[in-house]
Design a protein around this ligand. Structure first.
Ligand code: GLC
Ligand code: CA
Length: 555
């Protein structure tokens, strides 16, 4: 594969609403980000991804856009954004914007015009069906629960929404709509951004079935049927994605990362040399605890072997065709420590072990705000503490299906997206230094220990460890190997050994991990290797609990 500029990147994701508030309204803002660019730079990353900053009624925290060309006033102004891009670029930080084009907000002008006059050109910007009996066209379930169809006024007409009813899907079959989107993307590229994180893009092509009148066998007590198989990656989607690539990404040599599950047979088209995107996110290990579940508050069972298999298979598949985008966290996931570690097992060693586990995989590592501090889930005690539209919808649906309050809360406590959205923990000051007002979502009470200021001064901290990992990958003599080297998952006899090798032209690296709370014998031969990184002070006769070691040598 030809080398591309965006392969030598480490991305830091910012959730603007929760990053840094400068005017005391409890909501993070762009000036807050500008003020912390030096901190971000100090981590050693070279790209930042901003979750949506566009004008929005914030039903889904900005993933429901009402104006693609304006910054939401709660975040600041367009001027602030331009300044942010400029200041970031000056520090060698490139900026990715979040591109939400599967749907808009019901407050978007296009939707409002459609409501006023269904026969106007905007009628064709959305997916609308009329039924004779006045019932929903079919019984598919939206991602956030409930039907995918929402009635328009008191008519027999319905619009389609894959997510919340406040997020009507756009009709990508309409060339005029597509052109509007490409123009908007070009506008932002010309403002100096480096590319996009492309939201929910696998959904833009709808199957005939999902738009038809056929009722499906229900797969849960709500009488509805899961939509994934009928909206994700449907035949014909490539026509739209190829057009987007040719009209925008190619012109700007953009870095793009798409939120879409791609089966192996399609990876070439998505991330191959002339792929639609630079890289795509893989959900197999992020959603290991919920994959395949259709009831709103149920978990999938998994074990360490499953986790290892998901990561190794993903790496092996992606490497055949192109580039990967490894991550442990984002704004849709709970904190990774609570997901991947047993209860009561969160500590410095297990936290840095998890970091090491994914950070040296082949691809561009994504780091989510607060992950570099070891932030963990919030101790939610009551449903009134949740803000996330997905959590609240799931709560309602699970109740309707007869789940107990206790079961639902247990699920949301572990799984709600709000876990990742609590304010960034900057210091021991009130509200963790995030805001002088009342934060829109409560600060995690552990902020007095887990925060930037303390971790900067402690001798041993998760923050220092993340910096060391980033340095090893981006600026050490092992950089070429860690960026471009081949990946090879090493199967040992023991489930708790997690070992992989990266082989470059001149050097080789081995990542060796003891994924358990017990000391264990060494899972790799260390002769001839130097120690590049170790979350313990030294190497003992045995591997220590959650020890993570990166070894390297010349080949
Ligand atoms: C993506 C976003 C998520 C949002 C959804 C609808 O999955 O990451 O936050 O709710 O799309 O836009
Ligand atoms: Ca603010």
């Amino acid at each position: 594969m030809e080398r591309k500029w965006w392969q030598d990147t480490v991305v830091y994701q910012i959730y603007p609403k929760s990053f840094m508030d400068t005017n005391g309204d409890g909501i993070g803002d762009l000036r807050g980000i500008i003020g912390r660019l030096d901190y971000i730079k100090s981590l050693g990353v070279n790209v930042i991804w901003l979750s949506p900053i566009n004008r929005s009624p914030m039903r889904d925290n900005g993933y429901d856009i009402s104006d693609y060309y304006q910054v939401d006033p709660s975040f600041g102004t367009n001027k602030d954004l331009e300044e942010l891009i400029r200041e970031a670029n000056q520090r060698g930080l490139k900026v990715l914007l979040d591109l939400v084009v599967n749907h808009v907000s019901v407050e978007h002008k296009w939707f409002q015009e459609m409501l006023k006059n269904p026969d106007s050109p905007y009628g064709d910007y959305f997916i609308i069906r009329e039924t004779e009996d006045g019932k929903e066209p079919n019984n598919f379930r939206s991602y956030f629960g409930g039907s995918v169809w929402e009635r328009i006024g008191d008519s027999n007409r319905f619009y389609f929404h894959a997510f919340a009813k406040e997020q009507p899907d756009l009709n990508w079959e309409n060339p005029k709509l597509r052109q509007e989107i490409y123009d908007m993307m070009t506008y932002w590229q010309e403002k100096g951004i480096a590319g996009f994180r492309v939201d929910a893009i696998g959904n833009i092509k709808k199957s005939e079935t999902i738009l038809s009148n056929c009722r499906m066998p229900a797969d849960a007590e709500d009488g509805l049927c899961d939509i994934h198989a009928y909206v994700i990656n449907q035949p014909g989607i490539g026509e739209f994605l190829g057009e987007m690539r040719d009209q925008v990404f190619k012109r700007f040599d953009s870095m793009t990362v798409a939120e879409i599950v791609v089966p192996e047979k399609d990876l070439e088209a998505y991330i191959g040399d002339n792929g639609y995107f630079s890289m795509v996110f893989d959900f197999s290990y992020a959603d290991i605890d919920t994959n395949g579940i259709t009831r709103p508050c149920d978990f999938a069972k998994w074990n360490l072997e499953d986790l290892k298999r998901c990561i190794f298979t993903s790496q092996e598949n992606y490497q055949k065709y192109g580039w990967a985008a490894p991550y442990l966290e984002n704004h849709d996931q709970p904190r990774s420590l609570d997901k991947y570690l047993e209860d009561g097992e969160i500590n410095y060693y297990s936290t840095t072990m998890l970091g090491t586990l994914y950070f040296f995989l082949r691809g561009t590592p994504y780091l989510y705000q607060g992950q570099e501090l070891g932030m963990s889930n919030y101790p939610f005690a009551d449903i009134s503490e949740f803000k996330d539209i997905d959590a609240l919808n799931k709560y309602e649906k699970a109740k309707e299906m007869g789940d107990s309050e206790e079961k639902i809360l247990d699920f949301l406590r572990r799984r709600s997206r709000d876990n990742a959205r609590t304010p960034m923990q900057w210091s021991k000051a009130p509200n963790a230094g995030f805001s002088k007002g009342t934060p829109w979502l409560a600060v995690n009470p552990n902020y007095s220990q887990v925060n930037v200021e303390s971790e900067e001064t402690e001798e041993q901290s998760v923050l220092h460890f993340y910096r060391d990992m980033i340095r090893l990958r981006r600026t050490s003599e092992y950089r070429d190997t860690l960026v471009y080297g081949r990946f090879e998952g090493i199967r040992t006899e023991n489930t708790e050994d997690f070992v992989y090798r990266r082989t470059g032209e001149e050097r080789e690296v081995i990542v060796a991990i003891n994924y358990s709370k017990e000391p264990r014998s060494w899972c790799v031969e260390r002769e001839g290797y130097e120690v590049l990184l170790n979350n313990y002070d030294r190497l003992e006769e045995q591997m220590q609990p959650y020890q993570a070691v990166v070894l390297g040598k010349k080949v």
